[in-house]
Every structure is written in C-alpha cells, then in structure tokens.
Design a protein around this ligand. Sequence first.
Ligand code: MG
Length: 212
Amino acid sequence: MTAAAMSPAGVPTRVVIAEDEAIIRLDLKEILQSAGYDVAGETARGDEAVALVEQLEPDLVILDVKMPGMDGVRAAREISSRHRAAVVVLTAFSQRDLIEEARDAGVAAYLVKPFRREELLPAIAGVLAQCRQEWAIDEEVQSLGGGPADGDAAEDKIATRRVVEEAKAVLMEQYGMGEPDAFAFVQRTAMQTRSRMRDVARRVVEGELRPS
Ligand SMILES: [Mg+2]
C-alpha cells in the first residue's frame, strides 16, 4: 500500500472514477485498488460522476474528458465548487486550451492517456499530497474563527501557504527532508506546540526552529 492511499485519518483514500471506456475504467480501478485505494464508485457518465461525488464524498475524483452525460471539465467545475476533493482529469491528448480550461475548473492535475501504472500512481500521490496540504492550511485558517472577513481569510491563506512553502524548501535543502516529511514536520510541530503552521514555518525560515 502506498502512503497516498491512506488518508491522514488512517482510512483508505476514497476514489470515484468516471470513464466511459470500460477497459480503461477497469484498468484504473485495478491499479488504484492494488495500491490500497478504496474505489468507492465508478461510472461511464459525467452527470453520474457529479451525483456519485455528492453521495460518496470521495477524497479523489478521476474524470475522463469526453464522456456521455457531461464532459469531464464541466463535471470538474461542478464538483470543485461544492466539494473538497482532489480532481484529476484524463485526456487522450494534451491540448493547451483544455489544460487552461481544466485548471480554471478546479482540476488539480491532468493525466494523458494511455497511462502506465508507474506514472499514474506517483502522479496521483503527488496531487493528493498537494491537495491535503492545501486543505490543512484551509482548515487552520477557518478554525481560527473570530470572524475575520473573507478577504482577510483569503490573505491569511496566501500568506500561510507562502511561508509554509519557504519552510519546506529550508527543510528539504538544509535537512535533506522529502517534501511530504517537510510539510508533516511543520504540521506536527504546530499541533504539538499549539501554534499555527504559519508561525512554525516562520521560525523554520528564520532558523529558530530546526528538526531534531
Ligand atoms: Mg471518453
């Protein structure tokens, strides 16, 4: 089982797959299951993908672009506006306009078909790691409460993300940490010291705090 296949809560990462080519859908499902993912739902239609996400609340959604019912980019837009899930789009070709549209629709990554297991799993793990970091920062900013205006919360998120990225770079370059471990260090230290990731990250960047 790969680490990405496990959520931070210690349960398998839930996935919904939407792909109208049955062979590719089966292939995807088998690859993901063999790596420890929980494929909670699958469909050949874009509109059903949106409904399945509503019902199953997966962590990860994989959408083909060309599907009956609704295309993958529109489905991605509907899903990302309502749910916290990592959305990955599958395309048969890399098209610049499609990539831009997909990014605009909240797609975290796109993968080009045909994919190989050795490429697919690391790509998905990377997307999940990135999304989980974003979610952790969102949660921290939201949990601060005190009713900051939306603008303040948005600025807070940007500032937090920026300093956390800087701290990760320091931990990776100076302490040889891998990217996920660097983030985990910031997150864990914040939890243990009851401080904000933003403050922990700043102390790392300023050299006041170092991993033991
Ligand atoms: Mg298709």
